[in-house]
Design a binder for this molecule. Structure first.
Ligand SMILES: Cc1cc2nc3c(=O)[nH]c(=O)nc-3n(C[C@H](O)[C@H](O)[C@H](O)COP(=O)(O)OP(=O)(O)OC[C@H]3O[C@@H](n4cnc5c(N)ncnc54)[C@H](O)[C@@H]3O)c2cc1C
Length: 621
């Protein structure tokens, strides 16, 4: 019996360390749904108990049911039938059915549509576990953002039509954005949306690389304003498969074989507009993609965890030169770095998810408070009314606005940072896992080669790493990173990690000095050194987050491994483990940060001047 929740002490520690009560209160809007819906919690404790229970059963489903099917799914893949339908791998179809029965296909949807109404933080943990079991299945389980987008922006009629079906697992969705000439640059989307004389909408054109394009609910980005180029000419539509939706091909891919990647031709397909015209890309898809980016970061975590565990176990049993290879410093070093990289990615991702929950919560409160008041004021956790009377209200409203703005900025910087960091980390970990297994790692006898193939896509879809950096560097150069880091620095830390704070402080000084230099050099220079700036900022944030975990108010015991064996029954306090992880992470990164900062202010522009000479001409035949 495997349970991917119970066997992961880091997820369990973070579940306790990050106070899920706050996001719970935000999602449950002050627990006002209790009594109205069967499973709606009446308070934070009840909500947290529910989260724990659902994660427990999903952890078991992942370990016992999904994971044992993953290898076969990878070998079987999907099949495009002659009639244009797609047959999924057997294991994927079975797992989707199980997930529907487990009532976890509406993780973040409101109670009124049969959803769990859980925070993103808990959904992130769930995606990670499912991805550890089968990264390809995650591409269907993790597409719940499609339902969320409908919930956030579509008309009540469209919500009623689809959302309950999503929660019940009766339909799955696809995010239909990419075209042959519009990949990273979605403003170039050409697929046409037009109206007939009665105002009905239709779609015409081709989309490619669409995950689960054979799903039942398709959200399609299309050009509705023929006279407008760029993002403002685009709107978002929903349609269903039918005689005018042709799956023309299934891509033959390196990895995630269980996830069908479709090319679709829409031949005057009837559809409905989501929300308002022209807001398709700039508002709705941006919001959809932000959620999806966190999903891919969580997928990356799951793949990395699965790969690491195989490497770790192999290193304990494989003997060379008369010893288990985990006794060899080079192997040991790799394994420690892999484990710390995973825990660091998890720290960043869960913190990002928490911040996103706060952002959404504050946005909801603001929206509610700006409506003409009909209902009584909702209460914050402090017991204060969020909407009360006169001057106190004004002050509170101002505070609310400021907090909302702050979380929005933090979320828009942390989301691309998490996607970038976790996906790059997962690739490194998956490749290093193969390295630990040596020749065996290259063979299909072990799942690490599958994990490495599955890992490869994570830095590409939902925006490549380069695009994540473009998004994150805005936050770094506009002062958001400094503000966020200052908030982290002002928290309480245990004495055991205080010396590390000094190093992080020095790193922050170097970052602060580098930013104006980059800005002075102009946008091209910022594009070039964006990665270095973002890397420094992430390293600092991660350092603080690990120190924060080492100073947690909660603690639990973790087993200690005895070299060459699975463990000797000894345990270590999780806080102590985290203090050691923070020490290794911060001290190893301090010289890297200094070197990056030095590189940034060196002002080297050879990339612009030397390209032709160093790269040579393209051979265009
Ligand atoms: C398996 C798979 C599943 C997918 N699923 C979906 C899906 O469900 N829905 C959907 O709509 N799309 C999907 N996609 C498409 C995916 O999102 C795009 O492939 C991705 O956004 C990159 O676009 P592109 O492939 O056109 O690459 P390009 O945009 O051509 O990029 C090529 C290279 O140029 C770099 N580059 C481009 N612009 C910049 C820039 N401004 N700054 C720096 N570097 C830049 C990129 O980082 C990359 O290295 C999927 C793709 C794959 C492979």
């Amino acid at each position: 019996m495997a349970n991917f929740y119970r066997d992961n002490n880091d997820i369990q520690f973070l579940f306790r360390h990050i106070d899920a009560g706050k996001p719970a209160e935000v999602c449950e809007e002050g627990f006002r749904f209790a009594g109205e819906f069967d499973y709606a919690p009446a308070n934070a404790e009840e909500a947290i108990r529910n989260y724990d229970m659902v994660l427990e059963s999903l952890g078991q489903l992942s370990g016992d049911f999904i994971a044992p099917r993953a290898e076969e799914v990878d070998r079987q893949g999907n099949k495009l039938n002659e009639d244009g339908t797609v047959t999924r791998a057997k294991g994927i179809a079975e797992s989707i059915e199980k997930l529907g029965q487990a009532e976890v296909m509406g993780f973040t949807l409101p109670h009124r549509f049969g959803g769990l109404n859980f925070p993103n933080l808990i959904y992130t943990m769930a995606i990670e576990m499912v991805s550890r079991a089968d990264a390809a299945l995650m591409n269907i389980f993790g597409l719940q953002g499609i339902a969320e987008t409908i919930n956030a922006f579509a008309s009540e009629e469209i919500k009623q039509k689809y959302l309950r079906q999503f929660s019940e697992g009766k339909v799955t969705g696809a995010m239909v954005l990419t075209e042959p000439d519009a990949g990273s640059d979605l403003q170039a989307v050409k697929l046409r949306a037009f109206q007939d004389s009665e105002g009905h909408w239709f779609l015409h054109g081709v989309k490619r690389f669409i995950t689960n394009g054979c799903g039942e609910v398709l959200l399609v980005l299309a050009r509705s304003e023929t006279d407008r180029s760029g993002g403002l000419g685009l709107s978002l539509f929903v349609c269903e498969p039918g005689p005018t939706v042709h799956i023309r091909r299934l891509e033959d891919k390196l990895g995630i074989h269980g996830s069908p990647t479709c090319e679709i031709f829409f031949d005057n397909t009837p559809c409905e507009l989501i929300g308002e015209r022209q807001r398709g890309l700039v508002t709705y898809v941006m919001s959809l993609m932000n959620g999806a980016r966190i999903g891919i970061a969580a997928q990356s975590m799951g793949i990395a965890e699965a790969a690491f565990r195989l490497a770790r176990d192999y290193a304990a049993t494989r003997k060379q030169f008369g010893v288990a290879i985990e006794k060899l410093p080079a192997v040991r070093d790799m394994l420690i770095d892999m484990k710390i990289a995973i825990e660091t990615g998890r720290a960043l991702l869960y913190e990002t998810s928490r911040v996103v929950d706060m952002e959404i919560g504050y946005a909801k409160r603001l929206e509610e408070d700006s409506r003409p008041s009909a209902s009584p004021p909702r209460r914050a956790s402090s017991g204060q009314a969020l909407r009360g009377n006169d001057s106190g209200d004004k002050e509170e409203a101002k505070q609310l606005k400021n907090e909302s703005r702050k979380y929005k900025r933090f979320a828009s910087m942390l989301t691309p940072m998490s996607k970038y960091y976790c996906s790059e980390m997962c690739n490194r970990v998956a490749y290093d896992s193969i390295q630990v297994l040596g020749g065996s790692g290259y063979m299909r006898d072990y799942a690490v080669e599958r994990h490495a193939r599955d890992a490869r896509i994570t830095t590409i879809y939902e925006g490549t790493s380069q695009l994540q950096i473009v998004a994150a560097v805005r936050g770094v150069c506009s002062g958001t990173a400094e503000k966020y880091i200052a908030e982290l620095a002002a928290l309480d830390y245990d004495d055991g990690v205080k010396d590390l704070l000094g190093m992080l402080n020095e790193g922050t000084r170097l970052l602060t000095e580098s930013i104006p230099f980059v800005k002075e050099q102009g946008n091209e220079y910022m594009d070039l050194y964006g990665r270095a700036l973002v890397d420094i900022a992430i390293d600092l944030i991660n350092g603080y987050l690990l120190c924060g975990q080492a100073s947690s108010k909660v603690d639990m015991e973790a087993p200690v491994a005895e070299a060459g064996a699975g463990g000797n029954g000894q345990t270590i306090s999780m806080k102590e483990r985290k203090a050691r992880a923070a020490r290794r992470y911060v001290t190893k990164n301090a010289p890297k940060i200094a070197a990056l900062a030095k590189l940034i202010v060196m002002g080297d522009k050879s990339t612009f001047t030397e390209y032709g000479a160093l790269v040579g001409p393209a051979q265009m035949e």
